[in-house]
Ligand binder design. Structure first.
Ligand SMILES: [Zn+2]
Length: 80
């Protein structure tokens, strides 16, 4: 399971899935992935780069909302 490789949406680096944060975009909102929908991944260095994740999230959700606060909230809940 640990050798599944996924691409970070921020920097396009390919990393093991278990080292990435996984999110979904549903109805133009970002949530922590819970087993349904199309997910995307952000690596641990990109979550620290607000400009980068904001741009990537907007592109993925096809919405111009600033998702930085949402992502930060999710990360806090995860204990990151
Ligand atoms: Zn990254």
């Amino acid at each position: 399971m640990s050798n599944i490789i996924r691409t970070c949406i921020g920097c396009r680096t390919k990393l093991a899935q278990n080292t990435l944060y996984r999110f979904i975009c549903k109805d133009k909102n970002i949530f922590s992935y819970k087993g349904e929908g199309r997910s995307f991944y952000i690596c641990k260095s990109c979550v620290l780069d607000e400009k980068n994740i904001s741009k990537s999230a907007k592109r993925l959700c096809k919405n111009n909302k600033d998702y930085v606060d949402d992502i930060k909230k999710i990360l806090k809940q995860k204990g990151a």
